[in-house]
Design a binder for this molecule. Sequence first.
Ligand SMILES: [Zn+2]
Length: 256
Amino acid sequence: MEVIYEAFAFIFGLVWGSFLNVVIYRVPEGISIIKPGSFCPVCKKKIAWYDNIPILSYIILRGKCRHCGSKIPIKYPLVEFFSGLSFLLLWRNFHQIPLEILRGLVFVSLLIILAGIDSDRMLLPDIFTIPGIAAGIAFSFFISPGPLSSILGALIGYLSLWLVYKLFLLLTGKEGLGFGDFKMLAMIGAFMGIKQLLPVIIVSSLLGSLFGIGIILVKKKTFSTMLPFGVFLSIASWILYIFNLDLFNLYMGLWR
Ligand SMILES: [Zn+2]
């Protein structure tokens, strides 16, 4: 029976992911997320419902617009897939506790939206991060990590990246991070609590470094290429949150 619920959660998540794609593309452009219906951003032709089925349509159309043949970014089916996977894992790992799942859906949706917009435009809009901080703190009054950990998480989250930014600026004269990154980590701290801040920073920096080295090796770009750090913050938080990982305990467990 459980597998039916999980399949349902996955499909519901796919459809939600399709909506997240609309938000990722339209909100920074200032287009309404309700009207008009889906259209190709290149030829502006309307996309029929049968060409708008999550993941399946991308495969059937071989990643190309039916009308103009322009490439559909792989990001679209990826967002849908991760949204589907998120719903399934939230259902499974959060033991069907309604408030935990609701908070998870809000948090994970914000992570996916911010990663999507940051990878497109190197931008983490306030319209998502600021209400995200408020939502994270609001939930913490009813479920873990509790309001103190949540509020401290938001404050320290903001300040720690701001400090890294100032130090980096002082040492290299370059801006390695943006204010959007500070607000995003504040939001993550508000949802996950202060204890998870350091693990999030460690895992996201690790992912960012690996990706950066990969780019240098593959594309022969220099290290000055700006990386969308929000994407790595998002991936790190997603993994730690959805699997409820406690890196500190895992590490201590290795020495026992
Ligand atoms: Zn087109």
